[in-house]
Every structure is written in structure tokens, then in C-alpha cells.
Design a binder for this molecule. Structure first.
Ligand SMILES: Cc1cc2nc3c(=O)[nH]c(=O)nc-3n(C[C@H](O)[C@H](O)[C@H](O)COP(=O)(O)OP(=O)(O)OC[C@H]3O[C@@H](n4cnc5c(N)ncnc54)[C@H](O)[C@@H]3O)c2cc1C
Length: 395
């Protein structure tokens, strides 16, 4: 297998790089680089810029308004976006619900919802997890009961990322309480403005606000909001999770983190010398860089394989584990290098508690606590290890 980019891939990379240099506003990349809060307005502005170029829904086929890129092109695009400090695409409508509707949705659902995802009319969130149903998702209890032309929903979702901004939520609901766990679940679309929905914030350890609890009390939804067949939502749930894990290795993100660690360690003085010259610290940075290089090759092998065979397989679990372990190690190194300056919570960062004055990359590198989530969401790393054991080792 030839693991080098083709001449076309390299030309594509140059095109993306030039596009980002011209179209990504500096005030937006500055926010990403500083690690400050990305507002809804900034995210929407960036989505709109990409949509104008036809590069927003990177994983959609051309017929639905995507660019029709190969897996390798998608990877190059993500890598270049990280390199340029572009905001990450909010995935819930674009990378999760979009592909679901394209495969399982009715023509009416596709015609109605897909254009609204692209032009930003609808902001979606993901209603899967519940208290007591995270890793063991199939034990979810939120109930949807049929009443004439409506579903009546009662229950609770949790950890709902950016639910405070969402216009709609896609929910897994139990529609047959007597069926076996995976059997009686349905995939239902719910307008967040429906009476009976309450969104409560969950404050994170770092002081940020990005996840919520969502309560449903007699929430009435038209029957037409069911996607696919009644009680067959588990198939959709699994399909969506494969898409959630695509690109989860976060190669571009870790390359960015590695550069940040090195930049900080060159500036930080310990015992009269730059920290980067400390043999123990340098050895950890070198090990992380070697692991990252190895993961880049594994990632490329899987991308080229996906290019030949279609969708990625359970290998995405390997990438998820390795990618998050490497990135958490890099963020830990940044935290150690920054010392007390790594501690500020968002909103509490002032020049006074910064080690290096007004920061560029330092704030971002210090987001140690926020980054702990990556080995939990999208299916925890322990669960990914179980998947690898069962499906790849064929036990
Ligand atoms: C920041 C953040 C954002 C999130 N955003 C969303 C969202 O937008 N929408 C949504 O639906 N969900 C979201 N989640 C939820 C996420 O998917 C769950 O947190 C995750 O699936 C783990 O479930 P849990 O938290 O209930 O932990 P549990 O399932 O209770 O697991 C607790 C611990 O036990 C381990 N464990 C559990 N079962 C096993 C097993 N069989 N073998 C080995 N170890 C096991 C886990 O790995 C974990 O370490 C988010 C989570 C976080 C942290």
C-alpha cells in the first residue's frame, strides 16, 4: 500500500490551504487559537463561509449538496483546518443527522431538513445518553407513546452538547417497553420549542458551559417525525455512531497541540534553561511525537482502505483510543510546562495570571480539563477496547 499523497491530493491540499488563508477571518482564528469561548454567532459565521464554497457538509455525497470528497480529501481538509485554527464544525446536524436522513429518512424528511442543516436554519443536538444509559445505551428509558397522530415523550436526556443553542434534537426513545432492549427503540426528531421541554445547564470542572440535561414532560410530537421504522431505531443509532467516530483520531488537532507544547517549552525557563532541554521532559515530548507519527501512518492506512472499500470499519475504534490518548498526553505536557498559568478557567484568564503575557497558543494548550472529555464521549475508550476485542480479534 502506497501511503504517500498522490499529486492530486497534494494539489487539493494547496487549494484548501490557499482558501483558508483567504477566507478564514483572522478574528475567528484568533478566538480558536486563544482557546476562548466560541460563540454561536462565530460558529454560524464560519459554517456560512464554508457553505458558500460548498465545503460545509464534507461527508455528504454530491447529490445532497456535499463536495463528494474521498476519505483522504476529507482528512486533508480537516488537517488543514486545524493547522489554520479554524473552528471545528458542529457535527450534530452535518455529520450525524444528515447521513442518517440520507439513508433512513423519507424523501419529505430529506427535502425538508437537509437544506435547513446546510444553510444553518436548524441547529441540532444529540439526545442519546441518559442517566444510567451511556455506555449501555440500549437500556435507555425515555418513553415515546403513540396517541393518535402524535408521540407523547416523557423522560430525560443528559450530556447534551450545545443543547442550549439547539432548535431541534434527535432522540432515541423507547417505543416498545416489552421488547428486548435493542428492539423497542425509535429515532424521533423533536422541535426544542415544543411545550414540556426543559434545558438545564451542567457546569464543567473547568467552569465552561457546553453540556446540558434535557427533561421531557408530555412532549407532543407529530408521528411524521419518526425516522425509519418504529422500534428499529437501534440500527440507526449504530450507523450514526460510526459516523461520529469518523475523523475521531484528531490527527490535525494533535499536530496543533504538539507545536503548542514545543513552543511553550522553548519559552519556559527551568533551572536557567529552556524546559525543552530538560531530558525527562524532552523524552516525553519525543515519545508523544513518535506515537503521533505512527498514528498518522495507521490513520492513512485506514483512510486508503476506506477509499477502496467504502465506509470505515471497526478500525475507527482503534483510532479513537490512540488519538485521544496521544492528545491527552500532549495537553498534560502543556499543563506541566505552563505550571500555574495552566489553571485559569475560561472567563478568568487575565494578563495577570498568564506566564507569557497576552497569549496566543497558551490559553488553548491550557484547556487540560476540557480535553479530558475526549476519551469519554462518542463511546468511552474502555468501550472502544471492548469493540476492538470483539470485532477485530473475532472473539
Ligand atoms: C463532554 C461530553 C459531551 C457529551 N455529549 C453528548 C451528546 O451531545 N449527546 C449524547 O447523547 N451524549 C453525550 N455525551 C455522553 C457520552 O456519550 C457518555 O458520557 C459516554 O457514552 C459514557 O457514558 P456514561 O457517562 O453514562 O458513563 P458510564 O457508561 O456510566 O461509564 C462509567 C465508566 O465505566 C466504564 N464502563 C462502562 N461500561 C463498561 C464496560 N462494559 N466495560 C468496560 N468499562 C465500562 C466507562 O468506560 C466509564 O469509564 C457526552 C459526554 C461528555 C463527557
Amino acid at each position: 500500500m502506497d501511503l504517500s499523497y498522490s499529486a492530486e491530493d497534494l494539489a487539493f491540499r494547496d487549494e484548501v490551504r490557499a482558501y483558508l488563508a483567504e477566507n478564514l477571518p483572522e478574528r475567528i482564528s484568533d478566538v480558536v487559537c486563544s482557546g476562548a469561548e466560541l460563540t454561536k454567532e462565530i460558529i454560524e459565521e464560519w459554517h456560512a463561509i464554508l457553505n458558500k464554497r460548498g465545503w460545509l457538509a464534507t461527508i455528504w455525497p454530491k447529490e445532497f449538496g456535499g463536495p463528494g470528497w474521498s476519505p483522504v480529501q476529507k482528512h486533508i481538509f480537516e488537517e488543514e483546518c486545524c493547522r489554520a485554527y479554524a473552528p471545528r464544525i458542529v457535527p450534530f446536524g452535518l455529520n450525524m443527522l444528515g447521513p442518517v436522513l440520507q439513508v433512513f429518512g423519507s424523501k419529505e424528511q430529506q427535502d425538508h431538513y437537509l437544506p435547513r442543516i446546510l444553510d444553518g436554519t436548524d441547529w441540532w443536538c444529540q439526545g442519546y445518553s441518559e442517566p444510567g444509559a451511556g455506555s449501555d445505551l440500549a437500556s435507555l428509558k425515555t418513553r415515546a407513546e403513540r396517541d393518535g397522530d402524535e408521540w407523547v415523550i416523557n423522560g430525560q436526556k443528559t450530556w447534551t452538547t450545545l443543547g442550549q443553542f439547539a432548535d431541534w434534537i434527535f432522540c432515541l426513545c423507547r417505543t416498545d417497553p416489552d421488547a428486548k432492549n435493542q428492539e423497542g427503540i425509535s429515532f424521533i426528531l423533536v422541535d426544542m420549542a415544543t411545550p414540556g421541554i426543559e434545558v438545564r445547564p451542567i457546569k464543567l470542572i473547568e467552569g465552561g458551559y457546553e453540556v446540558n440535561e434535557i427533561f421531557f414532560t408530555d412532549v407532543r410530537v407529530p408521528v411524521g417525525n419518526l425516522v425509519g421504522k418504529e422500534n428499529k431505531g437501534w440500527t440507526i443509532a449504530k450507523f450514526l455512531l460510526t459516523h461520529e467516530r469518523t475523523g475521531i483520531a484528531g490527527v490535525g488537532f494533535s499536530m496543533q497541540s504538539l507545536e503548542e507544547v514545543k513552543a511553550i517549552a522553548r519559552k519556559t525557563m527551568r533551572g536557567g534553561k529552556p524546559l525543552i532541554e530538560d531530558p525527562l521532559f524532552a523524552a516525553r515530548v519525543a515519545q508523544a511525537e513518535i506515537d503521533l507519527e505512527a498514528m498518522k501512518i495507521t490513520n492513512l492506512r485506514m483512510l486508503f482502505k476506506a477509499q477502496e472499500q467504502g465506509a470505515p470499519g471497526p478500525e475507527t475504534s482503534l483510532l479513537k483510543i490512540k488519538g485521544t490518548v496521544i492528545n491527552q498526553e500532549l495537553k498534560d505536557l502543556a499543563r506541566r510546562a505552563l505550571g500555574p498559568a495552566a489553571a485559569p478557567f475560561p472567563g478568568h484568564i487575565t494578563e495577570g495570571n498568564l506566564m507569557f503575557g497576552p497569549a496566543d497558543t497558551e490559553h488553548n494548550a491550557a484547556r487540560y480539563f476540557n480535553n479530558r472529555k475526549t476519551s469519554i464521549f462518542g463511546g468511552s475508550n474502555e468501550i472502544q477496547r471492548n469493540i476492538v476485542t470483539k470485532t477485530m480479534l473475532e472473539l
